[in-house]
Write a protein that binds this ligand. Structure first.
Ligand code: PCA
Length: 266
């Protein structure tokens, strides 16, 4: 008896091979190696690699006093994006009393850093100076970039006479030196905008109960800006940046400061 041919062709199961290629009846041995591109990726249980979620805020100043550049800001731009697991956020700060504090405290509120390291230029210094203390006074020898020139005015009328840096100052100095960069503890950040900012940031953190640790580092002139000046101590920007990077590593790794002599007799 003649069998009627089926009208509708059997559905063809999906083939991994190219269309038109002969269908294989072979089955893979259970232990056959599977090319990696054919393996289904198992769902990842582990969290994907996260961007560093702790932040170090590093600030530098705009030029002031007629200079064309401020090495403190130039150094910020030469830092890597992460240091010791901290995401590095950089901020350019106006060299203006009050406004400098407002700009930095707004950034602290926005990015909630665990470390705040402000940088500034100290013309004439030979060493990178990690500041130990900020005092509650403004006494400007020259006007700031907005023309302001406070003389013997408190920074915070209700604030204490001084704040110590809450960063491990000695460990940072040791780390900068170990990176091959001349460094020292400095016992005065002056009475201009740098001291003002250091005091203002520490006062803000203390009065708001924010646990971030903060401090200030003064840098000398950049070698790049002192090429045609005589008797002007300076350090190349790349060298300073390596020193500041080492200081940030030390600031992150040393919960307590180390006990190293760093005092001065003058
Ligand atoms: N140095 C100044 C203010 C801005 C800067 O970079 C200072 O030492 O006060």
């Amino acid at each position: 008896m003649l069998r009627r041919r089926r009208r509708t062709p059997k559905p063809i199961p999906p083939q991994p091979s190219a269309p038109g290629a002969p269908r294989s009846r072979r089955r893979a041995r259970p232990d056959a190696p599977v090319p990696p591109e054919l393996l289904l990726r198992p769902e990842r249980k582990a969290t994907p690699p996260r961007a560093a979620d702790e932040v170090v805020l590093v600030t530098g100043f705009e030029p002031f006093g007629g200079e064309a550049m401020n090495p403190s800001w130039e150094v910020c731009g030469r830092l890597p994006r992460t240091i010791a697991g901290l995401r590095v956020e950089i901020l350019r700060v106006p060299c203006v009393f009050r406004r400098s504090i407002e700009v930095v405290t707004a950034a602290i509120e926005a990015s909630r850093p665990t470390r705040v390291i402000c940088l500034g230029l100290a013309p004439g210094r030979t060493h990178v100076g990690v500041e130990r203390v900020a005092i509650n006074v403004d006494d400007a020898r020259i006007a700031d970039n907005a023309g302001g020139r406070p003389i013997d005015e408190p920074i915070a009328g209700d604030g204490p006479p001084a704040y110590f840096a809450t960063l491990p100052v000695k460990a940072m100095v040791a780390a900068i030196r170990a990176a091959g960069v001349p460094a020292e503890v400095s016992n005065s950040a002056g009475t201009y905008v740098c001291n003002h900012l250091m005091y203002g940031v520490l006062h803000f953190l203390a009065t708001r109960g924010i646990r971030a640790r903060a401090g200030f580092i003064h840098v000398p002139y950049a070698a790049e800006q002192a090429l045609d000046r005589r008797d002007t101590p300076s350090i190349p920007l790349a060298t300073m940046a390596a020193g500041i990077e080492a200081a940030i590593v030390a600031a992150q790794r040393n919960a307590r400061d180390v006990k190293l002599a760093g005092g001065a007799l003058d």
